[in-house]
Design a protein around this ligand. Sequence first.
Ligand SMILES: [Zn+2]
Length: 270
Amino acid sequence: MPELAEVEYYRKEWNPGIGHPVRRVDLHPGARLFRETSTDLIRRRLPGSVLEESRTHGKNLLFRFSGGAWLGGHLGMTGELRTEPPGYQPGKHDHLVLHTDAGALVFTDPRMFGRVRFELSPGEPPEWWRQLPPEVLSDGFSAARVTDFLRRHRRTPVKTALLDQTIFPGIGNWMADEICWRLRWHPARPCGSLDAGEAGELRKSVRQVARDALRVIGDGWQEPPDTWLFNHRWDRDHRCPRRGCGALLIRQDLRGRTTCWCPACQMPAE
Ligand SMILES: [Zn+2]
């Protein structure tokens, strides 16, 4: 499932289209992806518009077109963006294809838990975008915000809390496990057990893992280093990569999400 770094990677996949007008739109009007938007409006307003810029916010994407048109996207579980050569014939799961002279901008999503939005909002991004919470790498993601959230979710396991998009936008399953592992915290540790200093450490670790993920995955999707939990969580012989540890990692369901942790370095709070 794409998290903030994967979403950033996919955003750039449409970069070849920047500065080019959309010549034609192919879409599957009945696709669940469009459940919140008018495909007629997309078909009417997008042709002739020029893709001007794109941004991400957590797991959300936004593409600005000339004429005040905004195309928003969420990749859900299996969504991907890519550019195909001009004249590309859309495949079964290519639910939205914007044809430009520079290539065909493709939104593909086999399972369709993703979402496409389209709004006309001259001058500023659409309302839903402006209401998103502060990004984890922004100044608005303050220690006070994190502390307040933890106080209001005292019984929630820290791993589960990390998946809450209203406070940690863009953090998903693998990043949440990576954050707990780097902090040496048991993922089931309740938020209420964290003191003020630990809340600060949590905020710092979230930002560090986000920066690392953006550097390695968001920029060209390189292979994450072996020093991260990431490369070991799905191995058959999945051992903790921390120097001097090497204990067998545990993989278990925690509140509905598969969670990976090291029983030797990640101790429950007393
Ligand atoms: Zn370990």
